[in-house]
Design a protein around this ligand. Structure first.
Ligand code: TYD
Length: 213
């Protein structure tokens, strides 16, 4: 079954854990799926990711950032997402709406540039479902500090920047195919909510079990 599902949210919102748990749920019933992430997902795109996220790369102009994300996205969609969507469920950690929140909304780049890039270099591909995990910024900051590593160029940005990204995520909560979940819940309770939602909505033509239990 071909379905493209994306998890979105602030850094430390818990989305990466939920991506894995949904994968484990599909594995339990032997469905074919692929877990991937943005920026990244191919060798070239992972190289581009390094430029974007490493903390020692301090300043990148907003337009360059946007173009790098689309270079990585083009490679990822063309070589990984589209071929796998032919026969698999593809689950991606971040996609189009992260660009909207970080590069367009927070970096104040005109939306027309995103539209243009997505049309020409994003294959105009939109997810069948965006799962937006909304977590209290106090909790998400604590979570990202716990797992933090070399990848924190974005986390080093000002409080104001993060407030605007958060406002961007509030903004997308109203859009088509975006469904919001409470990321303040512990990871298992949140996973159960997501699975219950997908089953209730009959999003797949099969019933999903919980990854745990
Ligand atoms: P992410 O993989 O979520 O990092 P982590 O799991 O460590 O929280 O994302 C890395 C960073 O890339 C994140 O800070 C947000 C940023 N990003 C953008 O600014 N625009 C985009 O389009 C994407 C996909 C990510």
């Amino acid at each position: 079954m071909k379905k493209f599902i994306v998890f979105e949210g602030l850094d430390g919102s818990g989305k990466t854990t939920q991506v894995k748990l949904l994968g484990n749920s599909l594995k339990k019933i032997k469905k074919e799926f692929l877990l991937t992430r943005e920026p990244g997902g191919t060798d070239t795109s992972e190289q581009i990711r390094k430029i974007l996220v490493q903390k020692n790369n301090s300043y990148i102009s907003p337009n360059t950032e946007l173009l790098l994300i689309y270079a990585a996205r083009y490679e990822h969609i063309k070589n990984i997402i589209l071929p796998n969507l032919k026969n698999k469920i593809v689950i991606c950690d971040r996609f189009y709406y992260s660009t909207f929140c970080y590069q367009i909304f927070a970096n104040k780049i005109p939306k027309a540039r995103l539209n243009y890039l997505h049309k020409h270099f994003g294959f105009n591909l939109f997810p069948d479902l965006n799962i937006l995990i909304k977590t209290d910024p106090k909790i998400s900051i604590q979570r990202s500090l716990k797992i933090k590593k070399k990848e924190n160029r974005f986390e080093k940005k000002s409080k104001n920047f993060h407030k605007t990204v958060e406002a961007g995520f509030y903004n997308i909560a109203q859009k088509k195919n975006v469904f919001e979940f409470n990321g303040n819940l512990n990871e298992i309770d949140l996973h159960i909510k997501i699975i219950d939602f997908l089953n209730k909505k009959k999003f797949f033509n099969f019933f999903l079990p919980y990854a745990v239990r």
